[in-house]
Unconditional design. Structure first.
Length: 364
């Protein structure tokens, strides 16, 4: 039917004449400039982090799929490469490679394969892998040594706009092209945006989630400045999360109204995290929380069937209820974080997903 009508749809569907491999390959192409910039800034070190992440993701997926699902070609769809790159881009440039390998393995196993494979995951695999790294290697992940090494720094800034004048605006524009601080994927806001535009042009993502998310977050940032709350916001991290993480195909809504709501709620979740003094994990927590609610968002904001008798009041009531539940969940998550209970939440997740896989009919 879709082929006959030549319909254009977004997540979790793929357009006509496309394949999973083509879609994932476009995502890889969109991320390549950011990888090149990381090499320019710190040389081979951040590239090795990304390569280790990719190779570990692929190897773990191949072994797990072969042993439990009796599939030997699951790595051919390139999704493991995308997961590995995305995880690598969220990490510090000097993260120990054994920690990277662990995180990438956990990303594909507990972020994707534990649900049965590609397209069936509830959460963004790369973010799942990063949470595993934070819980199992807290000392390493919180160390300042993995974030900066002056002796390894190749270039710390670039001067293009500065030639037009030494003003704060021109200095900032130069930093959007190249900046030597933050995670590997945050070194160039400019190339993240270029990658996002490329994916929009190729219809791999739509604008609804990133735009609604950014509008709410920047509105919240203004509100926080008015009331005097200090916020640690990385624009590069925001671009990486909004363009490449929040739009993950299987874990985000499939209709436009749902996407706008979903992106806005990620923004609201970020603001709640800020209000509860979550300084670094706010974006990861917010996206993962909304991942869990993608299915009910899809249901409530599903398009009205032609000739159907959709009740607007009922949908508004359900949408309000869903919003309250999401807000409550985010507040609860911040309480657990501040109380140091996130590791126990992850352990429960591991236990639940393993039992669910064992009881399923996926294992062969």
């Amino acid at each position: 039917m879709e082929k006959v009508l030549n319909l254009k749809t977004y997540t979790p569907h793929i357009r006509v004449n496309d394949s999973v491999t083509k879609v994932m390959s476009d995502v890889v192409l969109a991320l390549l400039p950011s990888i090149v910039v990381s090499y320019i800034v710190y040389g081979i070190t951040p590239v090795l982090v990304i390569l280790t992440s990719v190779m570990s993701a692929l190897l773990s997926e191949w072994i797990f799929s072969a042993v439990f699902f009796k599939k030997h070609n699951s790595v051919n769809d390139v999704s493991g490469i995308v997961t590995g790159i995305l995880l690598g881009l969220t990490l510090a440039p000097f993260t120990p490679l054994y920690v990277v390998a662990f995180g990438a393995s956990m990303a594909v196993i507990f972020g994707k394969l534990i649900y049965g494979g590609l397209g069936r995951n509830v959460f963004n695999p790369a973010l799942v892998g990063r949470e595993f790294m934070t819980v199992f290697f807290p000392t390493v992940m919180s160390s300042g040594a993995i974030w900066f090494n002056e002796s390894a720094l190749k270039i710390s800034e670039i001067k293009i706009f500065k030639y037009f004048g030494d003003t704060p605006l021109f200095n900032y524009l130069d930093k959007t092209i190249l900046n030597s601080s933050g995670a590997i994927g945050e070194f160039s806001i400019f190339f993240l945006v270029i990658g996002g535009i490329y994916l929009l042009m190729k219809d791999r993502i739509s604008w609804h989630i990133p735009v609604s998310m950014f509008v709410v977050i920047f509105s919240g940032l203004y509100l926080m400045s008015v009331i005097g709350v200090d916020v640690n916001l990385s624009i590069g991290g925001l671009m990486l999360g909004g363009i490449f993480m929040a739009t993950d195909m299987p874990s985000s809504p499939s209709n436009n109204a749902g996407k706008i709501y979903y992106g806005a709620m990620i923004g609201i979740a970020v603001i709640i995290c800020w209000s509860q003094n979550i300084k670094f994990e706010y974006l990861s927590y917010s996206i993962l929380t909304l991942n869990a609610f993608a299915e009910p968002v899809n249901y409530i904001f599903r398009p009205k069937v032609f000739g159907g008798n959709g009740v607007l009041g009922g949908r508004i009531l359900k949408g309000t209820g869903l919003t309250l539940i999401i807000v409550f969940t985010v507040f609860l998550l911040t309480v657990l974080h501040n109380a140091g209970f996130i590791p126990y939440l992850l352990f429960i997740y591991i236990f639940y997903t393993v039992i669910k896989l064992i009881l399923s009919k996926e294992i062969k």
